[in-house]
Design a protein around this ligand. Structure first.
Ligand SMILES: C[S@@+](CC[C@H](N)C(=O)[O-])C[C@H]1O[C@@H](n2cnc3c(N)ncnc32)[C@H](O)[C@@H]1O
Length: 243
């Protein structure tokens, strides 16, 4: 089982720390996009967390199930209205099969990169494909590795700079990994934390999908279906199970 980085202290702060991700201008297009693909079928969220997307999707009438490694995150979801309609399995989404089939599976907010090896990411696509109906879709929202934005020879890029918060991504191209380092001043105290990720390229994800019996159907730069270009810093990709 992978290490759980979303333990009690992280879970307790998660919604407050991610307020921008809960903003209706972010949530509504994502929910529209996912509800459109789910249609009248069921959806499976990998890394469901505190239910940021699962709850509004369920309110739209989509039957949602989730998988998450972190009991503390799921406890936050359970405390929210509407959670009684959502089944959650505690486990590793790279290998966990929940039972039943879905016509949509989705993995958002860069969470595919929490799987820190290529083997785990490949396994995740295979496990999703096993649980999709033929014609069902797998949606991933993930950043494009920012290597082009690193000055030559540098390995560290700031992603947040403010008087009370610093965040740096440290890239290692030999292992295709990055560590995100966070430094937050709160009530005069410094809180620090680092999390490992495996960054992954769109073309590599397409290959993982093929290995699992899926083909790319759509790729956009955001939930509003803006075109994906060489300038895009992230993408929403949709693969469809072919057979
Ligand atoms: C960044 S949060 C995203 C939560 C939610 N999807 C959202 O959009 O707000 C990542 C979530 O994925 C879970 N997670 C990370 N790696 C996992 C794994 N290998 N298996 C299951 N859950 C995992 C974490 O516990 C956490 O709840």
């Amino acid at each position: 089982m992978p290490r759980n980085y979303f333990d009690e202290p992280v879970a307790a702060r998660y919604d407050a720390d991610s307020t921008d991700m809960f903003d209706p201008s972010v949530l509504e297009p994502a929910v529209d996009f996912l509800a459109g693909l789910a249609g009248s079928g069921s959806a499976l969220e990998l890394g469901i967390g505190t239910g940021r997307l699962a709850l509004p999707l369920s309110r739209r009438g989509v039957r949602v199930q989730g998988i998450d490694l972190s009991p503390a995150m799921v406890e936050r979801l359970r405390a929210k209205p509407g959670a009684e309609h959502i089944g959650v399995t505690i486990g590793d989404f790279a290998t966990t099969v929940v039972g039943g089939t879905f016509n949509l599976a989705y993995l958002v907010y860069n969470t595919i990169t929490n799987l820190t090896t290529q083997d785990e990411q490949v396994e995740c696509f295979r496990t999703v494909a096993r649980q999709l109906e033929t014609g069902g879709c797998f949606v991933v929202e993930v950043f494009v590795p920012a290597l082009q934005r690193l000055p030559p020879g540098e390995t560290v890029r700031a992603f947040h700079l403010s008087p009370t918060r610093l965040g740096f991504d440290e890239y290692d191209v030999a292992t295709q990994t990055l560590s995100s380092h966070h430094y937050v001043v709160e009530d005069g105290h410094l809180r620090t934390g680092s999390m490992p990720f495996r960054y992954v390229w769109p073309a590599e994800l397409d290959l993982m999908a093929r290995l699992a019996g899926m083909r790319l159907r759509e790729r956009w730069s955001d939930w509003g279906r803006e075109p994906f270009t060489s300038e895009s810093s992230s993408h929403i990709s949709v693969w469809q199970k072919t057979g």
